[in-house]
Design a binder for this molecule. Structure first.
Ligand SMILES: N[C@@H](Cc1ccc(O)cc1)C(=O)NCC(=O)O
Length: 639
């Protein structure tokens, strides 16, 4: 009782601006700085693995997704620490320090001079750099994941029950700050941002509503669930009367309030089961879609593509909040949070259909590579005249001097004989590589052949020509060439440049981001509003966990599911998400929205705890009056 009253008194220190607690400002700025640091580091992580640690594409991608998954699993730890032990405020402070140490460790791991004793520009001890960077990443995952459920829930704690409209706006602004931070991090370096994160958060210290942790809540929850299961099993005979809910089998030993709270949390967690599928699609933006972009053309668009998500979030969130959702409400439609989330899933599925259509366009322009049993050959003629080239048994090519065959010729056998109509006729046998592409160069005159190196220095040729993305060229350099004779160097295009423009990816980005606004922002609000007071961080962590599971599915699919055509894989994911969204909509249909505070009050009443409840209500009424006066800008003078 004493503890409760002190918590209420602390609430009385609230200060407001335009109807919002001022403390919120520090929390959203803190989130902005934190996401700035996180996304800034994440943006270059794969490149660091690939070009500094010299890992191959597969290992770099797998470790990247494993790191992201870890960042969304550690929220459980953060929530346990906050709700059971330190409280949200102290958890954010301590884990931010861990986060900062992680970023510094990571930064040190990138200094190759530390182990580059011979100063040749490459580290001498890769094990040291790998170990240090892994340690750094684990600390960062612990920091960023640990504080994540606490920051959102701590922000929510600053509001009172009658401020549900402001609470929803807070979650939207919170999401805007995440994306403003990530957008800025792609433009400027995120070096000092963790330190700023911590300083901004501490600056607001005197203004926060800090609810005390209520003992080891997670442990009590686990024990209570364990007891209910055991007790149910002990009374499995049909002679025992059934109970309304299986958790009611814990009634004998546990507090009714705790059981009611666990029921609320389990109901929401059950609803979360299908949700990872959304993240499975969403997180492929950073892998499959990025790889898709590498087979497309367009220079500046690559920067646009990496910033399009946060830019769209910054525009779509206000449009949805201020225009679309109120308009739907005006039309008399009940667009409840769970309906919004279902529509968000359908948007993500549409995004993948759009990605499949783009992929089909790309496939039309991609070179036709040989299958594992085929071989391909291109013939380049550097002879002084046009040649008639016969490749056994029945391939005839007419190739002009310093030209090449129009495209690669495909053979389903490896042993070939090439004949040239020179005088005398030259015939030579070759054995081609299975599943490979090769070029046969007919020399101008093998006796006068000499090496020529394209280089800067005494003898060099400068090409001002711009090479297309994805193209491959062969340069034919006559044996007589000199530095003032660059014109005589001929270029043969082996592989055409990518021709499908990256701008075609914009519709899929637009669709997935619309899905994100409907799904993610709503999910964040829903997780907060449906959680009992002492389990807000736990439910936030459960919500973030759906993201971790989604990333683990990407990892498994990347390793196992290899469909022959990429567009087919996109369509498979889209269909899976449609199926999952149908299941989710059925589950959502049976879900009844609750007011956790009301249920808790009712249970307390049933337990005969009215006096305390009344005291709380009286205090809250007083507080509400005071807050309303504050909101209206009325200055109160205490006599
Ligand atoms: N929209 C994402 C952030 C984001 C930014 C840039 C990208 O290229 C991808 C994703 C978001 O808001 N995520 C939620 C979070 O808490 O980080």
């Amino acid at each position: 009782k004493v503890q409760h009253s002190s918590a209420i008194k602390k609430k009385k220190g609230r200060r407001y601006c335009c109807g919002y607690p001022i403390s919120i400002f520090f929390i959203v700025v803190n989130e902005f700085c934190e996401r700035f640091s996180y996304y800034g580091m994440r943006a270059v992580l794969v490149l660091y693995f690939r070009y500094f640690l010299l890992w191959d594409d597969d290992l770099a991608t797998s470790i990247y997704h494993a790191f992201v998954a870890l960042c969304y699993l550690t929220p459980i730890l953060g929530a346990i620490i906050a709700d059971s032990w330190l409280g949200k405020f102290k958890t954010i402070i301590y884990l931010s320090i861990v986060y900062a140490i992680g970023q510094v460790t990571m930064a040190i791991s990138t200094i190759h001079d530390i182990t580059d004793a011979n100063r040749d520009g490459t580290p001498d001890n890769f094990t040291f750099h790998i170990a240090l960077s892994m340690l750094g990443l684990i600390l960062i995952a612990l920091g960023t994941g640990g504080i994540k459920p606490c920051v959102a829930a701590f922000g929510g704690d600053q509001f009172q029950e009658h401020q549900s409209r402001q609470l929803n706006t807070f979650f939207s602004v919170f999401y805007l700050c995440i994306n403003a931070g990530s957008l800025l991090s792609t433009l400027i370096t995120p070096l000092k941002s963790v330190a700023s994160t911590l300083m901004v958060f501490i600056a607001g210290s005197g203004m926060y509503v800090k609810t005390d942790p209520e003992g080891n809540i997670m442990w009590s929850v686990c024990k209570c669930i364990g007891f209910a299961i055991k007790n149910r099993f002990r009374h499995r005979s049909s002679s025992y009367p059934k109970r309304e809910h299986w958790m009611d089998w814990a009634n004998e030993k546990y507090d009714k309030l705790l059981i009611a709270q666990i029921k609320m949390v389990l109901k929401v967690l059950f609803l979360y089961i299908p949700l990872p599928m959304f993240w499975t699609l969403f997180d492929q933006k950073g892998s499959r879609w990025t790889l898709q972009a590498t087979t497309m053309s367009g220079d500046f668009v690559s920067i646009l593509i990496s910033t399009v998500n946060p830019i769209l979030i910054l525009t779509l969130v206000p449009i949805m909040d201020r225009l679309i959702f109120p308009l739907i409400q005006k039309c008399g439609l009940n667009f409840s949070p769970l309906k919004r989330m279902t529509v968000g899933m359908l948007f993500a599925a549409m995004a993948f259909v759009s990605a499949a259509l783009v992929q089909i366009e790309i496939d039309k322009t991609l070179p036709n590579f040989p299958s594992s049993s085929e071989s391909q050959l291109k013939v380049v003629n550097t002879y002084s005249t046009t040649l008639n080239v016969t490749i056994s048994p029945n391939e005839h090519l007419l190739i002009e001097s310093f030209g090449s065959s129009a495209d690669y010729v495909t053979f389903d056998h490896q042993d070939i004989t090439v004949s040239l109509n020179t005088n005398p006729v030259i015939t030579k046998a070759f054995s081609l590589i299975k599943g490979g592409r090769q070029t046969l160069i007919i020399p101008s005159d093998p006796t006068v052949m000499r090496d020529f190196v394209l280089r800067h220095g005494e003898q060099w040729c400068e090409f001002s020509r711009k090479f297309g993305f994805g193209a491959s060229y062969t340069f034919l350099i006559p044996s007589t060439v000199f530095s003032d004779d660059c014109e005589s160097i001929t270029e043969v295009e082996d592989m055409k440049p990518n021709s499908v423009h990256m701008a075609l990816q914009i519709p899929q980005y637009f669709l997935i981001t619309t899905g994100e606004v409907m799904f993610s922002v709503t999910g964040l609000q829903f997780s907060y509003s449906q959680a009992p007071k002492n389990m807000k961080s736990v439910l936030q962590a459960g919500w973030l966990c759906t993201n971790a599971v989604g990333n683990i599915i990407v990892l498994i699919v990347a390793e196992l599911g290899k469909l022959p055509k990429q567009w087919a894989e996109y369509l498979l994911f889209a269909s899976l998400l449609v199926a999952v969204s149908i299941i989710f909509s059925i589950m959502a249909y049976f879900y009844t929205y609750i007011d956790p505070a009301e249920i808790e009050a009712q249970v307390r009443k049933e337990q005969g705890l009215e006096p305390e409840e009344m005291e709380k209500e009286t205090l809250e009424m007083e507080e509400k009056d005071e807050d309303q006066k504050n909101e209206q800008g009325v200055k109160q003078t205490k006599i």
